[in-house]
Design a protein around this ligand. Structure first.
Ligand SMILES: [Fe+2]
Ligand SMILES: [Fe+2]
Length: 409
């Protein structure tokens, strides 16, 4: 008799610890994930789920490595592998079994290196068959279930084993969510029809869509798109699959209001590099004084945030992120880690410029400070700005953000 089976589902960690910098979206708290995982581990010990699953975007792999030739970025391969290894050690230390699938921000080789040894993609637990699918974006930015995962998908829906199933994948099959970036599998209607026709699949767990969706039930199948773990308030779900019913709790590590109103130092890129910003792949060297300033800010408990002046008509989104990552790498060379970057666009953009913005948009200078306050829980009265052009300085003073100098402690 199956169940009850309890699954703790967390998704989209976008972890960076050994990798410098952060996800291109500051709201994704890449550098805070290790301590957040320690807290999630305590939840696992209290709730004792039968299984923990992570459905992709485990590490936030930088774009030049993700989309370029791996051989060209040996340092990113080493750092990504170290971040996956960190995650693997955390998983292996849990008091329950675990299963993972990759997402579009994961690197196939680095992911395989960490997880392939001993990895289980299909198992039976408490009368349920848990099946993970490693799918990838194949048509531009859209995923499809092809190749080995497709063959396995068709097999498990039709083979001689009628054990009820749970499917794990990164992208969405249901419900249909329209967004500027593709969230759905290109073949989602086809996958949903096959799943529901089979009558074998009790739960389909996805990530990728950071807002998440309320669970949707069709026939015997419940589709759960879990909100991201990497953004406040760091949500996850616990599913309990009984003989007939599936219960889903959405929980969070953070509570209602943020308890801490943090301070930050915003680093406007203008005037802090020692030469004009080079192309995305070039080396950026921070002014040594900026290194001193960064160390002072971190010693003060401030979040060091890069403000990257971005002109989308001249530079694509991925190239801008790569350039900000290069700044983070140079900050590390001065002995500090940038917490995150905001990409600030000019107040006027034509249609071509707007087309190059990420689906999440990008702020103008006067929108930056309230946005960062909301996303990161900042107290702007305790924040400061160093560097940056006149428009940024004016926006800062308009929001009560003081200039930060080397003598400012
Ligand atoms: Fe994600
Ligand atoms: Fe994703």
């Amino acid at each position: 008799m199956p169940g009850p089976l309890t699954i703790l589902h967390a998704t989209d960690l976008h972890l960076r610890r050994h990798l410098p910098g952060s996800s291109g979206h500051a709201v994704r708290r890449s550098r805070e994930i290790p301590p957040l995982l320690a807290r999630l581990g305590r939840v696992v010990r209290e709730r004792r789920p039968d299984l923990l699953v992570l459905t992709g975007d485990l590490v936030d792999v930088p774009h030049p490595f993700l989309h370029g030739r791996a051989d060209d970025h040996p340092e990113m391969m080493a750092e990504s592998s170290a971040d996956y290894a960190l995650l693997r050690r955390w998983l292996d230390g849990l008091p329950c079994p675990w299963q993972v699938v990759p997402g579009n921000h994961d690197h196939p080789d680095a992911f395989a290196r960490a997880f392939a040894p001993g990895r289980i993609v299909e198992r039976t637990l408490r009368g349920f068959r848990i099946v993970g699918f490693d799918d990838w974006e194949v048509d531009a930015d859209q995923a499809r279930r092809v190749g080995e995962p497709r063959t396995r998908f068709e097999r498990v829906l039709a083979d001689g084993d009628a054990t009820p199933q749970v499917h794990l994948q990164h992208y969405l099959i249901r419900p249909r969510v329209e967004y500027r970036y593709p969230l759905m599998y290109g073949d989602a209607p086809d996958l949903a029809a096959a799943i529901e026709r089979s009558g074998r699949v009790r739960a389909v767990l996805s990530g990728h869509w950071h807002k998440g969706e309320a669970p949707l039930t069709a026939g015997v199948t419940t589709y759960s798109v879990c909100p991201t773990f990497c953004e406040w308030p760091h949500r996850f779900r616990i599913l309990t699959l009984g003989r007939e019913r599936t219960e889903i709790e959405t929980l969070a590590l953070g509570g209602g209001d943020r308890p801490v109103r943090r301070s930050a130092v915003f680093l406007g890129l203008d005037r802090i590099v020692d030469r004009a910003l080079p192309a995305a792949t070039g080396t950026i060297r921070l002014d040594p004084l900026v290194g001193h300033l960064l160390r002072a800010a971190v010693a003060d408990g401030r979040l060091p945030l890069l403000v990257f002046p971005w002109e989308p008509r001249r530079q694509g989104w991925r190239a801008a992120q790569a350039a900000a990552d290069a700044v983070a790498r140079s900050a590390r060379a001065t002995g500090t880690e940038l917490d995150a970057a905001y990409f600030v666009v000019p107040p006027t953009l034509d249609a071509a410029g707007r087309d190059r913005l990420p689906a999440e948009g990008a702020p103008q200078a006067d929108q930056l400070f309230p946005l960062a306050a909301r996303e990161l829980g900042l107290d702007l009265a305790r924040c400061a700005l160093a560097g940056g052009g006149d428009a940024l300085a004016a926006a800062a003073s308009g929001h009560g953000v003081r200039p930060f100098s080397l003598t400012d402690r």
